[in-house]
Design a protein around this ligand. Structure first.
Ligand code: NAI
Ligand code: MG
Length: 487
């Protein structure tokens, strides 16, 4: 598949294709479940297909775990908690986590190519963001494993037991690392369920975990659809549930877990405001806006999907933003020059198309740069809506795609009111030269993460999580440890 530039042909110089080789990774025809340290066929006898969303080509057949498989995985995690992993001192657990971190680094290209194939994200993102951050999460938490008594959570915080963890498809390996690393560092054992459209890097991670010789059952990775996820979080042998995904499923899980005594953290959707003041460095802000909403095709819970522009600079910023968007390259995710890859699934593409149609029907102005979409696969062009009002569906609902809704404001108070006018509260961005305004805004914004003069920056030491319908609990940093400890 050729890489397609969004710029008008003839008016720019074309890039030669620069594809990363897919030979580095060997994809098996069929994958089984990783339970008790081994790959075992599912008791259901069922498998499903995961495909490459950029070409619709099937990549592999993956096991569908059912009730008996979940039972086995949870029982194996329980045994490991009681007899092996749960008995190890922190300094021993740390050694295993360092081993996993180093193995991810050593096999980084393999992980990156596999992630881009299964998910559709550009190789430059999987290579420079997802995989290095996944390794960083294991390194960071390895450092904590023998120092938990000094984390400010009491002298001897205890693990919770077996963690049931369900993750989404937008950052498959990275979300696996966000879930597994803190759980293991704190002495818990895990049953992890990756998303059905992107199971392959978690299964490669299972291989790494087996090679790192963690005691069998410490980490179990079971694939399947939503019913597998529901079976896992509802299993009576699970002590802690951690979920990242849609607000809708998060609410179902909260209801299922209520009254069971299980500990719960939910990291759900978002509709973040990225606020640009008239004193902001405009070129820098434009880069931040692009990164905020077009990074990972906008499949980002903390995406800056609502752009709030101060009225006096709104036209100038929009103008420069459009010029910048005309230079983005959409196409083959394995091409190193690609900025925008494929939409992860047909289902997600349908959702984006539906919300964009609603935006047009409600009277907002839709704009995209000239952009040819590849014939095969799931694609959506970078899209900007201006003339958006707060009541529009595209200003309220999470689109989870490369679609930006632009609103304006006059005063800082109005910016705060508009930014907070959402049922979500995961993240926000502020662009201004004034440090005092950054501090004032950060205190007023109802968002778990507030970035100033940057956007979508992640670090394992920095807690991440939301308010309201974005969920509760924090991941990363000291706060993230607390979610896996009885302190
Ligand atoms: P989803 O919430 O259905 O899927 C996320 C994970 O939950 C997957 O592993 C899925 O198999 C599992 N799951 C589904 N139903 C479950 C249940 N009843 N109990 C336990 N686990 C269950 O999200 P989906 O359908 O893939 O995406 C729908 C929308 O959700 C997106 O358009 C986006 O707006 C939002 N979303 C938000 C994410 C975030 O990072 N906050 C990630 C993925 C989706
Ligand atoms: Mg896939």
């Amino acid at each position: 598949m050729a890489s397609v530039s969004t710029t008008t042909p003839g008016t720019d110089w074309e890039y030669a294709p620069a594809p990363e080789s897919r030979e580095i990774v060997t994809i098996q025809r069929e994958y089984n479940l990783f339970v008790d340290g081994q790959f075992v066929p599912p008791a259901t006898g069922e498998h499903f297909t995961t495909l490459n969303p950029a070409s619709e080509e099937p990549l592999a057949s993956v096991a569908q775990a059912g009730e008996a498989d979940i039972d086995k995985a949870v029982a194996s995690a329980r045994t490991a908690y009681e007899t092996s992993w749960g008995q190890l001192p922190g300094r021993e657990r740390a050694k295993y986590l360092y081993r996993i971190a180093r193995a991810i680094q050593e096999r980084a290209r393999e992980f990156a190519v596999l992630e881009s194939l299964d998910n559709g994200k550009p190789i430059k993102e999987s290579r420079d963001v997802d995989v290095p951050l996944a390794a960083a999460h294991f390194f960071y938490h390895a450092g904590w494993a023998d120092k938990l008594g000094y984390a400010g959570l009491g002298p001897d915080p205890r693990p919770l037991g077996v963690a049931g963890q369900v993750i989404p498809w937008n950052f498959p390996l990275l979300m696996a690392a966000w879930k597994l690393a803190p759980a293991l560092a704190t002495g818990n054992t895990c049953v992890l369920k990756p998303a059905e459209t992107t199971p392959l890097t978690a299964l490669l991670l299972a291989e790494v975990i087996a090679e790192a010789e963690l005691p069998p059952g410490t980490v179990n990775i079971i694939t399947g659809d939503g019913s597998t996820g529901a079976g896992l979080v509802g299993h009576p042998g699970v002590n802690k549930v951690a979920f990242t995904g849609s607000t809708e499923v998060g609410k179902q899980i909260q209801a299922a877990v209520a009254g069971t005594g299980k500990r719960l953290t939910l990291e759900l959707g978002g509709k973040a405001a990225n606020v640009v003041f008239d004193d902001a460095p405009i070129d820098q802000a434009v880069e931040g806006i692009v990164n905020g909403i077009f990074f990972n095709q906008g499949h980002v819970c903390c995406a800056g999907s609502r752009l709030l522009l101060q009225e006096s600079v709104a036209d100038a910023v929009l103008d420069r933003l459009k010029r910048r968007l005309a230079t983005l390259r959409l196409g083959d995710p394995l091409d190193k020059n690609t900025d925008i890859g494929a939409i992860n699934s047909r289902q997600q593409l349908d959702k984006i198309e539906g919300l964009v149609a609603a935006g047009e029907a409600e009277g907002a102005q839709r704009w995209s740069p000239p952009c040819r979409l590849p014939a095969k696969g799931y694609w959506f062009p970078p899209t900007v809506f201006s003339g958006v009002s707060q009541s529009h569906k595209i200003a309220r609902e999470e689109i989870f795609g490369p679609v930006l809704a632009v609103l304006t404001f006059r005063t800082p108070e109005e910016a705060v009111a508009k930014a907070n006018n959402t049922p979500y509260g995961l993240s926000a961005g502020i662009w201004t030269e004034k440090g005092s305004r950054i501090l004032w805004m950060a205190g007023k914004l109802r968002a778990g993460v507030v970035w100033a003069n940057t956007y979508n920056r992640f670090d394992p030491a920095s807690p991440f999580g939301g308010y309201q319908e974005s969920g509760f609990g924090r991941e990363g940093g000291r706060a993230g440890l607390a979610a896996y400890l009885d302190a």
